[in-house]
Design a protein. Structure first.
Length: 309
């Protein structure tokens, strides 16, 4: 039984060395008697026991490597602490095994040196505003250097860019001064705009007042002209009517009667409205007044008749 047990264990050991299952996520590098033989892809494979062995196993999925923080000097001599992430993938298992000792460590170190070199070409403000171009430059440089290693650098991402405390303090002061400057400029522009608007408003008010005064005077002048024209026209028409009436038979008598009525009416109003009673000193003078008015009427009639001829 002991010999049988040893035999069974030996058979299982031989089968274990003979059969190899490679997972989907990796590739295996096989060496025969210490020399590279083949790179086995995922699947089921047979090996020669004691002659073939799995020398290296490589992850073929995309790998993320953390780049530790490091001190960098920008173009304007500002000290920065930068870290990031590098994404890579094994493309050739043979080169990844024999092209370099540890491609992960090499990729991280190469990312650090390349990052220092690229940041040294940029100023402090450019390192923050041009992250995308900086990432692309680092990926391009790492990919060229890592091509003999059988890996492909897919992308690089900068996680943090941290200036030193002294630089941060200086930047805070600069930002505060810039904010104060912008506030003063804004206030000055607002005051300037207010003064301009006020002067324009006063100017427009003066223009409106002068235009209104001008229009008022024009309207008054037009009104007075129209009034004078109407009065003159009415007087002309009235004189024509009077002269025509006086030229007819009985015109003088009608004029005398009209004048007498108006005189009596006006005397009555004066007597009613006056505080002191007014009585003509000589009533006989009324007759003389009416006779005088009659003579004036005859004179006007005679002048009208001459004008008509």
């Amino acid at each position: 039984m002991f010999i049988f047990t040893i035999f069974v264990l030996f058979v299982f050991f031989i089968l274990y060395k003979l059969l190899l299952i490679v997972p989907m996520r990796e590739v295996n590098v096989i060496e025969r008697l210490g020399k590279f033989r083949v790179v086995l892809q995922p699947g089921f494979h047979f090996l020669i026991p004691f002659f073939d062995r799995v020398a290296y196993k490589h992850e073929i999925r995309e790998q993320v490597l953390d780049v530790p923080p490091q001190s960098c000097i920008s173009k304007d001599n500002t000290q920065l602490e930068v870290d990031g992430l590098v994404y890579l993938k094994v493309m050739d298992g043979k080169l990844a095994s024999y092209g370099i000792e540890d491609y992960r460590l090499a990729a991280v170190n190469l990312a650090q040196t390349t990052m220092r070199s690229e940041i040294g070409k940029l100023s402090l403000s450019q390192t923050f505003s041009e992250r995308d171009s900086l990432n692309e430059s680092i990926v391009r440089e790492i990919d060229k250097a890592s091509d003999p290693w059988g890996i492909k650098v897919l992308r690089y991402e900068i996680k943090n860019i941290t200036p030193s405390r002294k630089v941060i303090h200086t930047l805070e002061k600069q930002m505060e001064a810039e904010r104060s400057k912008r506030a003063e400029i804004t206030l000055a522009n607002a005051e300037k705009a207010a003064m301009i608007n006020l002067s324009q408003g006063e100017r427009q008010e003066a223009i409106n007042l002068s235009e209104g005064e001008k229009q008022r005077r024009i309207n008054e002048a037009k009104g007075m002209a129209a009034e004078i024209t109407i009065i003159a026209k009415a007087k002309t028409e009235g004189m024509e009517l009077v002269s025509t009436a006086l030229a007819q038979d009985g015109g003088n008598e009608a004029m005398n009667m009209q004048l007498k009525e108006q005189f009596i009416s006006q005397i009555g109003k004066i007597l009613d409205e006056a505080d002191v009673s007014i009585v003509p000193a000589e009533l006989a003078k009324l007759e003389g007044f009416f006779e005088g008015m009659e003579q004036v009427t005859h004179a006007v009639s005679a002048n009208s008749a001459k004008g008509a001829r």
